[in-house]
Design a binder for this molecule. Structure first.
Ligand SMILES: Cc1ncc(COP(=O)(O)O)c(C=O)c1O
Length: 411
């Protein structure tokens, strides 16, 4: 089992204080704090291995290239992929845009095709599809959710047909923490000959995710949400799919040679480099690999179990308050995210009061406006989201402050 007390010392930000109180950081769905091994790995890269990658043949350039490709091996291994199936990107948003625009550049989207996604998506798994649908004439289909934010599987299944180019769904909702049956969704997509993209922004950092078990053709994730640096992310693409895709962005790094024979004739590099135009974020990749090593030592299954305990404690405490909880009440149906409101209090006001107590939560619509509207939270809500370093004592501190706020309102 995971002991957060033992891990907390690795995270310098967790000993910060605000207003004379120690920080309770509960905004992990937005981004996570960094442990010393990650900070050190990035520093060491800049001090001892810094040069551009994939080009120079001097020792320092080779050290940088080796560090970058070793990082690819580590991160790919973490999700059960082969290194050549992992494209480094800047974040999940960039990964999904890359997937969407690769399908467009490859001529796989046109007027007769459709794209299936859902109402529960983060804007980053909705707007790229909206754009490529508009550009190609393909139809965008949105599967609905029930009153608790669970995906309506029947509806999704009916929407997928022989003309579906891709089904794109989140693995875990960043609003409700609902975990989608992504293996089943990919099976439905493949049955009709469609591709399947899984937005793993909220799953890869929090639970064991293996691409082979899900059967996804694409898996997108962000380094900064799993203790890695900002500005690095990943797009897994199954090798047989990747071989057939054209890169939407080209330039240095994507070609081995260019001939000018009346026309420009590029000789493309192999994937994944064909999809990484320009100088990549090598320090970010090195830091992410270190984060993955840290996460592997703790064990993704332990992280999942630990967060479940925290969710249980928070849901139970919220039931004693005059709170609206968004999403399923059963902790077994969610990952480490709880979104709620105190009746009669605006979410930003509540978040500001919590901030006065050094409790960091997110408030607003969480870049998922369609879902929040569907759940009746169009004016926003407050979200507490956990990670491996959070403790039951922190949940108790949050509940205590919420209790005081409610007491003040009842005066
Ligand atoms: C489910 C989901 N998808 C995509 C994103 C976008 O991630 P990023 O901002 O790192 O690109 C987020 C971020 O919160 C998310 O929760």
């Amino acid at each position: 089992m995971l002991d957060p007390g033992k891990l907390r010392g690795d995270f310098p930000a967790l000993s910060l204080t605000f207003h004379g109180k120690s920080l309770v950081y509960l905004d992990n769905a937005a981004t996570t704090q960094k442990p010393y091994p990650v900070i050190r790995a990035v520093k060491e890269f800049y001090e001892k291995k810094y040069a551009n990658v994939g080009r120079g043949i001097y020792d320092l350039a080779l050290a940088a290239t080796n560090a970058y490709e070793e990082a690819r091996r580590v991160v790919a291994g973490f999700i059960g992929a082969r290194p050549e199936e992992l494209i480094f990107t800047s974040n999940t948003t960039n990964s999904i845009n890359l997937a969407a625009y690769s399908l467009l550049a490859s001529g796989l989207l046109d007027r007769g095709k459709n794209i299936v996604t859902s109402l529960m998506e983060h804007h980053s798994n909705l707007l790229p599809w909206y754009r490529v649908a508009a550009a190609s004439g393909a139809e965008l289909r949105l599967a609905g959710v029930d009153g608790k934010g669970r995906l309506l599987m029947d509806e999704l299944e009916k929407m997928v047909d022989e003309n579906t180019a891709v089904v794109a769904v989140s693995h875990v909702s960043n609003v409700t923490g609902v975990v989608n049956p992504v293996a089943e969704i990919c099976r439905v997509a493949h049955e009709k000959g469609a591709l399947c993209l899984v937005d793993g922004a909220q799953s890869v950092p929090h639970l064991p995710v293996r691409v082979g078990e899900i059967g996804a053709d694409f898996l997108a994730f962000s380094g900064h949400k799993m203790m890695g640096p900002m500005g690095i992310g990943g797009l897994y693409v199954r090798s047989d799919v990747l071989e057939k895709l054209a890169p939407p962005f080209v330039g240095g790094g994507t070609v081995r040679d260019v001939e000018i024979n009346g026309d420009v004739e590029p000789l493309w590099t192999k994937p994944p480099h064909r999809f990484e135009a320009g100088t990549p974020n090598v320090a970010g990749a090195v830091g992410l690999a270190e984060a993955v090593r840290y996460l592997s030592r703790v064990g993704p299954g332990n992280v999942e179990a630990h967060e479940k305990k925290l969710v249980e404690a928070l849901l139970e405490g919220l039931r004693d308050l005059n709170a609206v909880i968004y999403g399923p009440e059963d902790p077994d149906e969610r990952s480490g995210i709880v979104t709620f409101n105190l009746r009669g209090m605006a979410p930003h006001d509540l978040a500001a009061l919590l901030s006065d107590e050094a409790i960091a939560v997110r408030s607003g619509l969480f870049c998922a406006a369609p879902l929040m509207k569907k759940l009746g939270g169009e004016s926003g809500a407050v979200r507490a989201s956990f990670y491996l370093y959070n403790t039951v004592e922190e949940v108790e501190r949050l509940l205590e402050v919420l209790g005081k706020v409610e007491g003040m309102m009842n005066f």
